[in-house]
Design a protein around this ligand. Structure first.
Ligand code: 13P
Ligand code: SF4
Length: 358
């Protein structure tokens, strides 16, 4: 539905009044009404880099979810303020790994005698505290666009992918499993799932010692809903269709897809395809609908009818953005995201390792 014209005018006026003092970033899952007022859009990797590349903007307004705004705060200078227009824009996956649970897991790995040969790798979709844990234990952050390189780097730290070292992958079991199996071509049997609600993750000592990938039991509530049956139905109903999905989807779904990638990669694939290409896309609905609107020359549909928007991404709407921007015009900062200095330092170590990946 079209945005309220009054709010559109107010957003425009506030942005104009702030000029270069504000830089507005938007993740690809944001609503159209928000995307309209962003200075740049991207996947989580691109947005982290872009936030860091704007040292002259005193205000960074982050239209995305909490962990992205935290990462932006960590990567920008102390003089810059990062604003999240609605503090309730969290991420259910990031919430699945609490620091005390991950510390307990690490203690168990120490006790099992495997911590020394284990490198933690945390997906960007995690709290700053988990990134800090990863940084102080020799690990790296990764996103969906560099997970293969991050895993390769991590295994190289403990004797290589072919060796016997391990990765503790947090918090998305699916991205971890998919990267191991699909990108590195390794055996699914080398993966175990660590259940933080059970003693020793619900695993035996032998299972822990034999595993190469210890996958945290986290998942995305949106991407977890896509099914292999939906891929099969699409192939039956749309002959010649190309199925492209995000790596947060379950392995059975990813195995059946033609292409797998980050939101940025999905956009690039669709934008560069010849007219008349038939796509079925398995990722968040705002992005799929926008792609369909922007590419009428292609036939674009959504992978599954009963999957919906990411409800937390959707919390950032035009009224919240206008409120955040107008407050800045009035010299008030609402919803600043400030990561504790100590946590930020250790998290930055893990983020910098990611930014330095070859
Ligand atoms: P991207 O880094 O691919 O944009 O993914 C972020 C995300 O939250 C996907 O659910
Ligand atoms: Fe988190 Fe999933 Fe939403 Fe991405 S789509 S922000 S992983 S809940």
């Amino acid at each position: 539905e079209p945005s309220d014209p009054d709010l559109v005018a107010r957003a425009r006026a506030a942005k104009e009044a702030l000029g270069d003092r504000v830089f507005v970033l938007g993740h690809h899952y944001q609503r159209d009404e928000v995307i309209e007022f962003t200075d740049t859009t991207g996947d989580s990797f691109k947005l982290a880099k872009e936030a860091a590349a704007r040292p002259d903007a005193p205000y960074i307004v982050f239209c995305g979810v909490h962990f992205m705004a935290e990462s932006a705060d960590i990567l920008t200078s102390d003089e810059q303020t990062v604003v999240l227009p609605d503090l309730a824009a969290g991420c259910s996956m990031a919430d699945m790994a609490a620091l005390h649970q991950v510390e307990d897991c690490w203690d168990d790995l120490v006790e099992a005698g495997v911590a020394e040969s284990t490198v933690p790798v945390t997906y960007m979709n995690s709290s700053a505290a988990i990134k800090a844990f990863t940084g102080r234990n020799g690990g790296t952050v990764c996103t969906s666009s560099n997970a293969e390189r991050a895993l390769t780097w991590a295994f190289d730290e403990v004797g290589g992918v072919e060796g016997e070292g391990k990765v503790l992958f947090l918090p998305d079991q699916h991205l971890g499993r998919n990267t191991w199996a699909r990108d590195l071509g390794r055996d699914l049997d080398d993966c175990v799932v660590w259940n933080p609600h059970q003693p020793m993750g619900g695993l035996t000592l032998e299972e822990i010692r034999d595993a190469r990938m210890i996958l945290w039991r986290g998942h995305c509530s949106v991407h977890g809903r896509f099914t292999p049956e939906a891929v099969e139905t699409s192939r039956r109903e749309i002959p010649g269709v190309k199925v492209i999905v995000h790596p947060e989807c379950r392995n059975e779904v990813v195995e059946l897809a033609d292409e797998v990638g980050s939101t940025e990669k999905i956009i690039t694939a669709v934008s560069s395809a010849p007219a008349g290409t038939k796509w079925v896309i398995g990722t968040e609905l705002n992005l799929v609908q926008r792609l369909a609107k922007e590419h009428p020359e292609q036939q674009i549909s959504f992978l599954e009818k009963n999957v919906c928007y990411c409800s937390t991404m959707n919390r950032i709407d035009l009224p919240h953005l206008v409120w955040a921007l107008e407050s800045l015009v009035e010299g008030r900062v609402v919803n600043p995201i400030v990561v504790d200095e100590n946590v930020a330092d250790q998290a930055r170590t893990a983020l910098d390792r990611m930014l330095a990946l070859p």
